[in-house]
Design a binder for this molecule. Structure first.
Ligand SMILES: Nc1ncnc2c1ncn2[C@@H]1O[C@H](COP(=O)(O)OP(=O)(O)OP(=O)(O)O)[C@@H](O)[C@H]1O
Ligand SMILES: [Mg+2]
Length: 491
């Protein structure tokens, strides 16, 4: 039973407005994830169009996100602007992109010190409220201000049946200290904006592709960026893999080899962060992309896996299990699913390597004769198993046919031998039939051992060793150690 605390003394300890609101700034958004979080709200409010605009005015630059969604009345707007508008535990509409009741505030405050929201709901008058961080700091209270920086926005809303405008003023994280006089500042700012635009095209690509929404950036439509090159020749899709009773769907893709697609397609497909970075899982929550290319701690990103991209689709009912964060940029698979994810990813990754090596393989097929040359051969001699270097191997043959073998040839040869020891074959054979593994020189002429022993002996004696010392040393050298019987016949 729950303990009853009503008989105890209590005291109010409200969060302090000024410090709390500054804390909201530190959740770890960047400009693009922050804007995406605001656009999430527009989509959840059934907007058909969202316009993202900025006005470059140096440190007075401001940014707006306007939508033609359902809008809010006064009461709803005030509630929307309250930190913690909704309980994260609350069940959400199937298509809702929200979870925490915080995004609008945390995303905005991460980038600006003043947030104004104007909204127009059908059959209500347009309304507006403003958060100003300095004002909250000054009065030490969570108080909204009935203020809008620009009447134009209000007029704009009045002329439409419903919608919302979010305005970010005092963008101290992006434009502080910049000026319209300085062209470099503008260049830098435009670069940052370009990143935002590409990010939106990626995060909301499904909505754009399915014509569920039009996103405009400075009046220009944002193009969708699809990570999977759907419809391209040479794309290898894997079958859907339903997990968690079908609530989660995985689908692997191996993207086409560079040689199969146009240069332009290849360049576009590399995505915002480049081919290598964009490999991995793509996690969608209600069709909205949260994670764009991450192996979720299971594997490292490596060049030869760069064609592997795996889509994971989640419903918002699994937010808790997948540890969705406020920024909507992190998701962590539940422990119980990790093995399955790893297995499926393993298959896609192996296929991706195959495709990656495609060019070399085609050449191999085209130019190779029937014969394949291994460096090592497995042989059976008098019922025992041995491994020998293949003297028909073109490289070995070449060396042996030379009049003078150079030192570097020998070094290369030794390296080849070391690097190609047929370890897996040996391991399998050894576990199947350990008894038939032959000893060195078992069943063949031992003359080469005796000759080598003798050479070794002579050189040791020449270096001043005694007869006993020389013999002792020889017997501690592989493979002489196996044949001590020859030591006495050495001299
Ligand atoms: N553009 C909008 N149009 C209509 N309603 C909106 C809009 N933006 C926000 N709201 C309302 O404000 C609420 C709070 O938004 P906020 O982004 O802070 O939290 P959330 O979307 O509920 O959850 P999350 O923290 O996961 O984003 C939303 O639930 C929604 O009801
Ligand atoms: Mg939200």
């Amino acid at each position: 039973m729950e303990k009853d605390y009503t008989s105890f003394e209590t005291i109010v300890a409200e969060p302090e407005a000024s410090s709390m609101i500054e804390t909201f700034r530190a959740i770890g958004y960047n400009l693009e994830t922050a804007v995406a979080d605001v656009v999430d709200n527009s989509i959840s409010a059934s907007a058909k169009n969202v316009w993202i605009d900025f006005n470059w005015e140096g440190d007075k630059t401001y940014l707006t996100v306007r939508d033609d969604g359902s809008g809010m009345n006064n009461e709803e707007l005030v509630q929307a602007l309250r930190p913690g508008s909704k309980n994260p535990l609350e069940e959400r509409n199937l298509k809702d992109l929200g979870r925490f009741g915080l995004g609008l505030k945390t995303a905005s405050f991460s980038q600006c010190r003043q947030l104004t929201v104007l909204s127009h709901k059908q059959q209500y008058n347009p309304v507006f409220w403003t958060w100003n961080l300095d004002f909250v700091n000054k009065i030490g209270e969570w108080r909204l201000i009935k203020y809008t920086p620009n009447d134009e926005h209000l007029k704009q809303l009045q002329s439409t049946s419903s919608g919302t405008i979010v305005i970010w003023n005092q963008l101290d994280r992006i434009v502080k200290g910049t000026s319209t006089e300085n062209p470099e500042n503008l260049d830098k700012f435009l670069e940052t904006m370009e990143i935002v635009k590409r990010h939106l095209g990626m995060v909301f690509h499904r909505f754009i592709e399915q014509n569920k929404i039009n996103l405009y950036f400075q009046q220009r439509k944002i193009d969708a960026w699809n990570p999977f090159l759907l419809g391209e020749k040479g794309l290898q899709p894997f079958p859907d893999e339903p997990l968690s009773n079908g609530l989660v769907i995985l689908k692997g893709f191996v993207l086409p080899h560079k040689s199969k697609i146009s240069e332009e397609t290849y360049k576009k497909a590399e995505g915002p962060k480049g081919w290598n970075e964009q490999q991995g899982f793509y996690i969608y929550r209600n069709e909205r992309l949260l994670v764009a290319g991450d192996w979720l701690g299971m594997f490292r990103k490596e060049e030869h896996y760069k064609l592997a991209r795996i889509q994971i689709d989640l419903p918002n009912s699994l937010d808790k299990e997948w540890q969705i964060d406020i920024k909507k940029s992190v998701a962590r698979p539940p422990f119980g699913l990790k093995n399955q994810l790893r297995q499926i990813a393993g298959k896609v990754r192996s296929q991706a390597v195959e495709v990656y090596r495609h060019k070399g393989k085609i050449l191999q097929r085209k130019y190779s004769s029937e014969e394949f040359y291994t460096l090592w051969n497995e042989k059976i001699r008098h019922g025992k198993r041995f491994y020998e270097i293949n003297q028909e191997h073109p490289f070995i043959k070449n060396i042996l046919s030379k009049g003078d073998i150079e030192k570097k040839d020998i070094a290369t040869l030794l390296k080849f031998i070391e690097e190609t020891v047929p370890v897996s074959l040996i391991t399998i054979r050894e576990s199947e039939q350990p008894e038939i593994q032959g000893q060195p020189f078992e069943g063949i002429d031992h003359e080469p051992i005796r000759v080598a022993m003798k050479q070794m002996y002579n050189s040791l004696i020449a270096k001043g060793r005694t007869d006993d010392q020389a013999k002792g040393m020889i017997l501690s050298i592989e493979p002489f150690n196996i044949y001590p019987q020859y030591i006495d016949s050495i001299n």
